[in-house]
Design a protein around this ligand. Structure first.
Ligand SMILES: *[C@@H]1O[C@H](CO)[C@@H](O)[C@H](O)[C@H]1NC(C)=O
Ligand SMILES: *[C@@H]1O[C@H](CO)[C@@H](O)[C@H](O)[C@H]1NC(C)=O
Ligand SMILES: *[C@@H]1O[C@H](CO)[C@@H](O)[C@H](O)[C@H]1NC(C)=O
Ligand SMILES: *[C@@H]1O[C@H](CO)[C@@H](O)[C@H](O)[C@H]1NC(C)=O
Length: 483
C-alpha cells in the first residue's frame, strides 16, 4: 500500500538543483484492524518525589498540563516518585510537605522526611495519581503509615509504588540485609510487601518499576508474584534511551531518528504483552531522553521531535502511558518547564497531543515502514469514520549548517471532494535549537508561564483527485487536518 519514488532533477553539469525525495502514502478510508486504541492520558508526567511540592507552585505545572488536557480531553496522569522516594521517611507530625537540607539548590537530598500535607497537595491534582514510597530503607511500618495517609488524602490515587528501580539496589541497601540483590530476591520482596500492605491499603500496587530491561522484567516478575498478582493494579518500567552518566556521550541525531525510535520502543512490546496478559496496564512510569544531565541534547528541538515520535511508537508497542520525568527544578535538562521558561521538549508534547486530539478513544496507525527517516501516522476517532488528522515526520538530522533537504510527502486516498486541506508545522532553525531560538508550532510559541503566545497559523495545501503533496524539511513535523 506504499510506494517510493525518488526524483532528482540534475542539470547537465551534474549539479543537483533539487534533491528531494517523493514518497507516497495511501491514507486508509477507515481505521485498519491494526490500529491501536490510545489512552487519553498517553502523555503523562512523572515528578521527582522531593521536588513535587515545589512543582505545585510553578505556573507551568498548571498551565502546561491544562494545555494538554484541553487538546486530549483528559488530564495527563501524575506519578510522584524517583530516586528520592527511596530516601524518604514519613513523619506524621511534620507540618510542611517535605523537609530536607541540601548544600546547593541544584542538589537532590540524600535523605528527607515528608508529612501529611504532601498528600494534601497530591490530592489536589487533576487526573490519576501514582505515588512512589520507600522500600529500599526496609521500614515497612513507616511505608505503611505513608501509604495509609495517601489512600485517605489522594482522591485520584491510582496506584502506589514500593521502591524505585529496585534493580539498582545492592547488598548495601538496607532491604538486602547484606545479601546480593537479584530479580529473584526482589520479586520475593515485592510479593511480601504487597501482601503485607494490601490489608491496610487495598490491591493498589504498581509492580516492577525496573530500569534495566530485559534482565529485570515484568515477564520475569509475574511468576514470582504468583497469587500476589491480585494485589497489583498496574505495572511500570523505566526507560531512558540515552545517558550522559560517567562521561558517556549522547547523540541527538540518533535520539530523534524515526527508525531508531521504532526499534528502541519495540523492545517493550513483550513487557506490554506480559502485563496485559494478566489484565494489568503497562506504563513507562518514568521516562525521558537522556539521564545524568542529558549531555546537551535533552533541551533541544530535536528532543521535542523525539517526544512526539516516541509517544506514538510507545503506544504502538502497547505502552498504555508514558510518564515524562521532571527532576530538580532549575537543574533539569529534559524538563518540559521550569520556574519561568518552557523548554523545546514540551513543544513536542503539545504537538503530539494536538495530533491525537480529544477523540476518545483515539485509534492510531503508522503508515510508513518504520525503517526510514520518515514517519507517517493517521489517527481515527471511530472505527468506521475517516481519519481527521495525519502526522508527517522527517527525522533526518539538520545541524543548522549546510543545505536543509526536504521530503516531498504525497498523501493519496483523500476524499475526492476535497479541494484543499490545512497543515500546521512544528519547526525550528535546526535540530539543536533551544526554546527561544525559533522553535515554533504554526509560528506560535509559549510564554514563560506556558500560555500560548502568538497565533498558530495553518497553511493551505491543494488537493487534486484525492491527492495532496506536502514538503517536510529535515528535522521537522507537520500535522495535516483532513476534516
Ligand atoms: C528538618 O530537617 C532538619 C535536618 O535536615 C532538622 O534539623 C529539622 O529539625 C527538621 N525540621 C522539622 C520541622 O522537622
Ligand atoms: C511494626 O508495627 C507492628 C504493628 O503495629 C509492630 O508489632 C511491630 O513491632 C512494628 N515493627 C517495627 C520494626 O517497628
Ligand atoms: C551521531 O551518530 C551518527 C550516526 O550514528 C554519526 O554520524 C554522528 O557523527 C554522531 N554525532 C555526534 C555528534 O557524535
Ligand atoms: C461529493 O460531492 C457530491 C456532490 O456534492 C456528493 O453527492 C457526494 O456525497 C460527496 N461525496 C462525499 C464522499 O462527500
Amino acid at each position: 500500500m506504499r510506494w517510493l519514488l525518488i526524483s532528482k532533477i540534475i542539470l547537465s553539469s551534474g549539479y543537483v538543483l533539487l534533491a528531494q525525495t517523493t514518497t507516497t502514502f495511501v491514507v486508509p478510508s477507515a481505521a485498519p484492524s491494526s490500529a491501536v486504541t490510545v489512552d487519553p492520558s498517553l502523555l503523562s508526567v512523572s515528578i521527582e518525589f522531593f521536588a513535587f511540592p515545589g512543582y505545585t507552585e510553578l505556573s507551568g505545572t498548571t498551565t502546561c498540563l491544562a494545555n494538554i488536557e484541553k487538546l486530549r480531553g483528559a488530564p495527563p496522569a501524575f506519578r510522584i516518585g524517583g530516586t528520592t522516594q527511596d530516601r524518604a521517611t514519613f513523619d506524621a507530625n511534620l507540618a510542611q510537605p517535605v523537609n530536607y537540607t541540601v548544600a546547593s539548590p541544584a542538589d537532590a537530598p540524600t535523605t528527607l522526611t515528608y508529612g501529611p500535607s504532601f498528600f494534601t497537595l497530591a490530592g489536589q491534582l487533576a487526573g490519576d495519581v501514582t505515588i512512589g514510597l520507600n522500600r529500599q530503607l526496609n521500614n515497612l511500618n513507616n511505608t505503611r503509615a505513608g501509604a495509609e495517609e495517601a489512600v485517605q488524602c489522594v482522591t485520584g490515587l491510582l496506584a502506589l509504588e514500593l521502591g524505585n528501580e529496585p534493580d539498582l539496589y545492592s547488598s548495601s541497601s538496607p532491604i538486602a540485609g547484606g545479601a546480593s540483590w537479584t530479580p529473584a530476591t526482589d520479586g520475593a520482596s515485592q510479593k511480601s510487601w504487597f501482601t503485607d500492605l494490601s490489608s491496610s491499603v487495598g490491591d493498589i500496587f504498581q509492580g516492577a518499576v525496573y530500569l534495566q530491561y530485559p534482565r529485570w522484567s515484568i515477564a520475569g516478575l509475574i511468576p514470582i508474584l504468583g497469587d500476589a498478582i491480585a494485589f497489583v493494579k498496574t505495572f511500570s518500567g523505566h526507560s531512558y534511551p540515552q545517558s550522559a552518566c560517567g562521561g558517556a556521550s549522547t547523540n541527538l541525531s540518533n535520539l530523534m531518528s524515526h527508525s531508531g525510535i521504532v526499534s528502541y520502543t519495540s523492545q517493550y512490546a513483550a513487557e506490554a504483552e506480559a502485563a496485559h496478559g494478566v489484565g494489568k496496564s503497562y506504563f513507562l512510569g518514568e521516562t525521558n531522553s537522556a539521564t545524568c544531565g542529558g549531555g546537551g541534547i535533552s533541551p533541544t528541538f530535536g528532543a521535542g521531535l523525539w517526544v512526539m515520535d516516541y509517544v506514538l511508537q510507545g503506544a504502538l508497542a502497547g505502552v498504555d502511558r508514558l510518564y515524562f520525568h521532571q527532576g530538580t527544578i532549575g537543574n533539569c535538562a529534559y524538563c518540559f518547564w521550569s520556574t519561568s521558561s518552557v523548554a523545546a521538549p514540551y513543544y513536542g508534547a503539545y504537538f503530539v497531543s494536538e495530533f491525537l486530539g480529544p477523540s476518545s478513544p483515539a485509534r492510531l496507525v503508522m503508515l510508513d515502514s518504520g525503517s526510514t527517516s520518515l514517519g507517517v501516522y493517521a489517527v481515527f476517532s471511530g472505527i468506521n469514520s475517516a481519519a481527521p488528522r495525519i502526522l508527517l515526520y522527517n527525522s533526518a538530522y539538520y545541524s543548522g549548517s549546510g543545505t536543509r533537504s526536504s521530503a516531498n510527502i504525497v498523501l493519496s486516498g483523500l476524499g475526492s471532494n476535497l479541494s484543499s486541506v490545512q497543515a500546521k508545522r512544528f519547526t525550528a532553525p535546526s535540530a539543536p535549537a533551544l526554546s527561544g531560538q525559533g522553535v515554533t508550532i504554526g509560528g506560535g510559541t509559549f510564554d514563560s508561564s506556558c500560555a500560548l503566545a502568538g497565533t498558530q497559523a495553518t497553511e493551505s495545501v491543494r488537493v487534486s483527485q484525492g491527492t495532496a503533496s506536502i514538503g517536510v524539511q529535515d528535522s521537522e513535523a507537520v500535522i495535516v487536518y483532513l476534516s
